[in-house]
Ligand binder design. Structure first.
Ligand SMILES: *[C@@H]1O[C@H](CO)[C@@H](O)[C@H](O)[C@H]1NC(C)=O
Ligand SMILES: *[C@@H]1O[C@H](CO)[C@@H](O)[C@H](O)[C@H]1NC(C)=O
Length: 309
């Protein structure tokens, strides 16, 4: 009797397994599970922090509201950002920045469909945070304080601060990825991220010699100082270049115009997760959160540095 029940159960289990297999084969390919090892997920999750920052900064700048009104499910209940506001932008810059903001929404969705991810971390995108970045970059307190939301030039200079960091992070992550799914995702993100950086640099390059009012500092010098600041915070050598450089640092050591940053073979510089965190925290220390991330970034790598001993 017991034996007969057991046989029936096994038969039912086999039938269920066969039906499941058939159903699995009938599903469209996008439902196929693609394996992403933890080491890949951890690297991608560092970038997810930056993508949240870019999403909010660009959407707020263009529209005066952010992810919570565009795609609230992607915020997954994370706290709303602090201090974002609509920037005073001309039609062209507003159009471009809105495109960037919406592209970032896609990036968030793509990342979250590849790795588990996390809710939006607390972000501080207030004018004061950018003013502090610019004061550190220039080496004195700008008066009146720099406000990214005041006009399109300021907004572009503030934008110069962010996608490039993501770009170097993707270049740094790429050789350490194991899985096909992660490599494909990171290549796709890197392409658009570097495109955003190029558009921002291109728009600034047109006015490289113009003066940023009322500070009496040229656009090129601003970018130069911001790049120097990122190198200083990253603590790992020259990986950043402004729009006009000494000829020796330009392409082939032959030109001072530097619309795109690159190493001596004009390849993009790479940065590690630690360097990225030091820069976006503004502290130069991956253990000390601040800047755009008052409570620190999320994901296994960032969290490992925030744990108190
Ligand atoms: C946002 O950053 C600014 C500049 O560091 C700071 O003064 C302000 O207190 C921050 N806001 C919050 C809520 O952390
Ligand atoms: C830009 O920087 C260079 C070199 O540091 C300096 O000679 C020049 O006066 C600066 N120009 C402006 C407008 O800031």
């Amino acid at each position: 009797m017991a034996l007969s029940i057991s046989t029936t159960t096994t038969g039912a289990a086999t039938a269920t397994a066969v039906i499941s297999l058939i159903l699995l084969l009938l599903l469209p390919p996008s439902y196929c599970y693609e394996f992403v090892p933890d080491s890949d997920a951890n690297l991608i999750e560092v970038a997810l922090n930056l993508e949240f920052l870019e999403t909010e900064f660009f959407l707020y700048g263009a529209l005066g509201h952010g992810l919570d009104s565009i795609a609230p499910s992607l915020a997954a209940g994370g706290p709303p950002p602090i201090g974002g506001t609509q920037a005073k932008l001309d039609a062209l810059v507003k159009d471009v920045i809105l495109q960037f903001g919406l592209q970032e929404v896609g990036h968030l969705r793509a990342i979250k469909s590849t790795v588990r991810g996390f809710p939006r971390p607390l972000l501080n995108i207030s004018a004061e945070v950018f003013a502090k970045v610019m004061n550190s970059a220039i080496g004195r307190n700008l008066e009146p304080p720099f406000n990214p939301y005041d006009n399109e030039l300021n907004f572009l200079l503030a934008s110069y601060v962010i996608p490039y960091v993501g770009l170097t992070g993707y270049v740094g992550a790429n050789p350490n990825l194991q899985s096909f799914a992660a490599k494909r995702l990171v290549a796709g993100l890197l392409g658009v991220e570097s495109g955003q950086d190029a558009v921002i640099r291109g728009m600034l390059y047109r006015q490289a010699t113009a003066t940023v009012d009322p500070y009496g500092i040229s656009v090129a010098n601003f970018t130069d100082r911001i790049s120097e600041l990122r190198d200083r915070l990253g603590c790992d050598g020259l990986k950043d270049e402004g729009l006009i450089v000494p000829e020796a640092e330009g392409a082939e050591g032959k030109i001072s115009g530097n619309v795109l940053a690159g190493d001596k073979n004009s390849l993009s510089y790479d940065r590690t997760p630690e360097e990225i965190l030091r820069i976006v925290y503004g502290s130069g220390d991956e253990h000390v959160p601040g800047g755009f991330y008052p409570m620190g970034a999320n994901g296994q790598i960032a969290k490992s540095y925030l744990q108190r001993p």
